[in-house]
Design a protein around this ligand. Sequence first.
Ligand SMILES: Nc1nc2c(c(=O)[nH]1)N[C@H]1C(S)=C(S)[C@@H](COP(=O)(O)O)O[C@H]1N2
Ligand SMILES: [Mo]
Length: 414
Amino acid sequence: MKKTPEDSKSESPNAPRTAGRHSRRSFLAATTVGAMLPGIVSAQAPHELGAPMRPYGARSPFEKAVVREKTMADELSTTGSSLAPLQDLYGTITPSSLHYVRIHSGVPAINPAKHELMIHGLVERPLMFNLSDLMRLPAVSRIQFLECSGNSQHEYLQQDSTTPQRAAGLVSCSEWSGVLLSTLLNEVGVKPEAQWVLAEGADASRLARSVPLEKAMDDVIVAYAQNGEAVRPEQGFPLRLVVPGWEGNISVKWLHRLELLDQPAMTRDEAAYYTDLLPDGKARHFAFVMEAKSLVTRPAGGQRLPTPGLYEITGLAWSGRARVTAVEVSVDGGHTWNKTALQQPNQLHSLVRFRMPWNWDGREAVIGSRCIDESGYIQPERAQLLAVRGRAAAHHYNGIVWWRLRPSGELVHA
Ligand SMILES: Nc1nc2c(c(=O)[nH]1)N[C@H]1C(S)=C(S)[C@@H](COP(=O)(O)O)O[C@H]1N2
Ligand SMILES: [Mo]
């Protein structure tokens, strides 16, 4: 006798018999997910001894294809960036090994036993802190996204924006642990005339950025840990700044010096770079806040849907300005928008996972998302953004990303 999925399921000793069984049945009726069981499933496979434990874990060898991709890297990859594989991530935390990387002069090898943080300038008591000094101070742990303001240049230029990773992979989210910068500033005593904090990295480029004192005293973290262990070398081991919601460049890695100033230092990375040239010939600078943004990561460019039927549309959203209040998804290129469920807890400055069940009828669809935050800001369409910013403002691009689903099931950038 030919078995239906219902029959096979009722043979399973684990199948719930009452209400659960009924809801399972309606789920199966609504979709073509899953395959029929080939009769009785045998649990009699040979019992082989597994591998021994390891002192430090590594992922399954079957997961090897999930990697950061390089972009704009020089030959030795000491200047450039690599993109997080957004389409392969689940939930909201980016594994440290897959966190995007942006480096200006390579990853320095720093011995934490010799590393010190100097705080000087307009302060009452200039001080040096080593790692063990810092670890004695009250700590915080916060889940924060980081986004390079150069993220989505592929989208902006409409070049090679083929997958979620290519479209927006310069964003990631970690739980960062460390000391609030305000705690350190209170230790050294900020002089009344101080208005800015210059933060400098110990890498060869000595990347340095000026942070307004108000932000420095608010939520900036001097982080020594990422996702429960020491910050990774690529992310700034042993110490980095995490400046919540602001462009990634200001979260100075390999932090070794903080100087209190009465005005911004106008370093290369805030005066010449990380500015946006506008149509009127003026440049936006100190555009710190990363504005509301989102993208669908599945189903998305580079993927294929095998058949029509039920799928989950999912992706990531974030806003540097305010908490994400809603993410809407369109499957018709923006004519109509649908509400999605946001994964909880939905914390300020964390990546937010959105999800929406969708029954694909097999016809062409154009899939995209828009993020709305508590300030009322709505992620703009590309055309709206270009009308304001023009075509030479390569940073801070946050236009809506569209994926075209063809009747063949293939997905491409729209
Ligand atoms: N010292 C130092 N800090 C740095 C950088 C750097 O090259 N050197 N890159 C900056 C840039 S442009 C970004 S976007 C973020 C990237 O952080 P991540 O590599 O941990 O993702 O670090 C910032 N901090
Ligand atoms: Mo960046």
